[in-house]
Design a protein around this ligand. Sequence first.
Ligand code: MG
Length: 444
Amino acid sequence: MLKISVSGVRGIVGESLTPQAVLEFGLAFGTFTKGSKIVIGRDTRISGQLVRDALVCGLEFSGCKIIDLGICPTPTVLFMARKFRSNGVIITASHNPIEWNGLKFAKKEGIFLNKQEMESLFRIYKSKKFAFIRELSDDDAIVKKFDKAKALHIDAVLKNIDKGLIKKRKFRIACDFCNGTGAVITESFLKKLGCKVYAVNASPDGRFAHNPEPNTKSLKTFSNFVKKSKVDLGLAQDPDADRVALCDENGVLISEEFTLAIVVKAILMKTKGKVVVNLSTSRMIDDIATEFGSKLLRTPVGEINVVEKMRKVNALVGGEGNGGVIYPKINFCRDSLVGIGIVLEYLARTGKSLSEETSEMPHYKMVKDKLAYSSEKAKIVINKLKSKYKNEKIDLRDGIKIEWTGGWVHLRVSNTEPIIRIVAEAKTDGEVKRLYNLVKKDIK
Ligand code: MG
C-alpha cells in the first residue's frame, strides 16, 4: 500500500510505488500548483532515475517548468526552492529500506506542504481530474539542469557560522554517509572548514551499507571506526541528509537527541529567541531554554508542524529530537549541514571535546518504542488513556503526553505505519522504565 501522510508519499518501487502512481502524482502536483516552476532533486536510491522520469513526465504534462538539481540532499532542494521562489519535489524515502522510494512536496517558501495542502493534493490525485497543458511553446518540455545548488547551499551555511574559528581548531572528523546524499556534499563542506575527513560508505550509489536510520544500533561498526581513527568526532547522516547523529572522540555513540540540544545551546548563547520542538523531544531543551531565559514551545510530531509554529512565533531555532535541526536564518527545514556547522563552531568556541560537552548537558534517560496496532484500535487505546489520566498534566494535541515532575510519556498514532509510538523520559533508567511500564500496562 502506498503510504500517504504529512511527510509525503512513500511506497515499495514497482509494488505500491508504480510508474502510474508517480506520473499521476506529478500531474496532481502540476495541477495543484497550476503549472508552476518546480525544482526537483533526488537521493541516491537506485530507483531514483526511474521515479524521476515518471515524475517529470507528469509535471510537464500539466505545464510545469522543471529545474533538475540531480542527486542532492533534501535540505538542498528546499534551500533552492526558497531561493528560486519555486515549488519543489524531492524523490526520497529518507531512512526507509532500499526497496522503497517516495515523493516529498514543497512550496516556494522552502517548506513542505502542510496537512491541509497534502489533503488537497491527494484529492486531486484520487479524482484524476488533472489539468493538462493545451498549447506548447518553444521552451516547454525542456528540463533545465542546475548544478550549482550544492555549492550555493554550502556557501549559505558557511556565511552564517564562524569559518575562521572552526578552521583554527583543525578538526579530524569521521563520517558515515550510508552511501546516501551526504556523500555528494558533506566532505567538500567540511574541507572548506579546514577539517580532515575520514569517510566510510561514501559512494553515492544508494546501496545502503547498514540500516539507514542513524541511531545507536545501526552505527555500531561506525563507532569502532571512529575509535580506531583517533578523530575529534564522528557524524552520520540519514540517506537524504536532513538528519545527523554524532559520535564522540572515544567512539561513544551519543543519543541523537544531543544534536539539537547542542545546537539550541550554541544559538541561545549568542542570541535570545524563541525555540520550537515537537512533543517527543527531550527535556534537555527545556532546561537549556530556561538557562538562557528563552521561551520553548512544543508542537505535534512532523517537521512541517514545527516549521509552521516557528514561522508563526518568529522562532530563532527549532527542530526534532531525532537529529533534525532547523535554523531559519539559513534554511527553513531540517538540515544536517546546518547542524554540523553550528556544532563545530560551538566546539571550536568553547575548546571542548564532544564527550566533555555531553557530560555537562542535563542528563535524562529515554525509551523509544512502538507497538503494533491498527489506527482504529490505536485511537481507542489513546482515548482510554485520556480518561484515565485526566487529572494529571496532559497534552492532547498529538495522541497523549502525560507529564509528571520527574518525567513524561508520549503516545501517538503513527502517520505512516499501523503502530503506536511511545516515547518516555525521566532522570534515571529506573524511573523511565517505571513510567514506561506503567503506561504499557494500561494499554494492555
Ligand atoms: Mg531524512
